[in-house]
Design a protein around this ligand. Structure first.
Ligand code: B1M
Length: 211
């Protein structure tokens, strides 16, 4: 079995320690961080996702797989620093209220940090006023919101409204992402930028901050 396959298999079984060791081994073997992420970690997560949908695995299984995913991807952090535009700026990043999914958000953080941006990660299940309060406090150029559930994506509209009410709409770019959202949704709630993945989110954030 290839090492990428082993990473995927161990991730699916939630074996975080093995995943970390295998990711370290893959790095030593010279496999690129992007390939380890996409063909090892995300490939495993995608199989878990399909099994979860078909009720072949349940929340606890997915939770331990997610922990293994986060443990493995942390090791890739410094290696995912990408080429292209480098920028300085502050981004307040979080997963919206009611939503506990953080793997995509964590990838967005890593990619943005790789672009030189300072990311203030305010975590999961974050209410709109915390996004606004933190952005004001640190003087952020960008508020970046992640949502994975159709039941929580509406929170992004609440965040846009809260930013308007706080009087900082002209100072802050609102970026959104996550599986259930898209460009049309972004326009409909009055947010500024939708991106489909972490790498393009980082590209766009760097573009905004280098203006
Ligand atoms: Co949840 N879950 N989950 N889950 N879970 C999904 C999202 C689901 C699609 C599974 C399914 O049924 N097929 C489904 C949502 C259905 C829907 O709303 N349409 C679902 C459900 C229903 C639930 C619960 C309600 C289950 C239950 O309790 N019965 C529950 C809700 C809990 C809550 O949040 N309140 C729940 C719980 C969980 C766990 C806690 C067990 C765990 C999360 C653990 C964690 O994150 N630490 C979990 C997981 C892991 C998943 C799946 C399997 C994987 C998600 C993931 O991390 N993918 C997921 C199924 C799936 O996606 N196939 C599922 C990998 C990650 C890299 O992708 O986050 O999409 P993603 O990020 C992508 C892009 O979306 C984008 O970049 C990344 C790629 O580069 N992106 C951004 C994300 N944020 C961005 C922000 C940006 C830009 C891009 O700019 C700001």
């Amino acid at each position: 079995m290839s090492i990428l396959n082993e990473i995927s298999q161990n991730l699916q079984q939630g074996k975080a320690k093995n995943v970390k060791e295998l990711v370290q081994q893959a790095i030593r073997e010279g496999i690129s961080a992007k390939v380890i992420l996409e063909e090892g970690l995300l490939a495993g997560m995608s199989i878990i996702g399909a099994k979860f949908k078909n009720n072949e695995v349940y929340v606890p299984d997915v939770l331990i797989a997610a922990r293994a995913m986060n443990a493995g991807s942390e090791l890739l952090k410094s290696l995912l620093a990408s080429n292209g535009v480098k920028a300085t700026g502050k981004v307040v990043l979080g997963t919206v209220k009611g939503d506990l999914h953080d793997i995509g958000k964590n990838l967005v953080r890593m990619m943005m940090e790789g672009k030189g941006l300072e990311v203030i990660d305010i975590g999961i299940d974050v209410p709109a006023d915390k996004f606004v309060h933190t952005a004001k406090e640190v003087g952020a150029q960008i508020i970046a919101c992640s949502a994975l559930l159709t039941t929580t994506m509406g929170e992004m509209k609440t965040i846009v409204e809260a930013v308007k009410e706080a009087g900082i709409r002209d100072k802050v770019t609102i970026m959104i992402g996550g599986a259930p959202v898209n460009e049309n949704f972004c326009k409909s709630i009055g947010a500024d930028i939708y991106t489909p993945d972490a790498a393009s989110a980082a590209e766009e954030a760097a573009r905004v901050c280098s203006k």
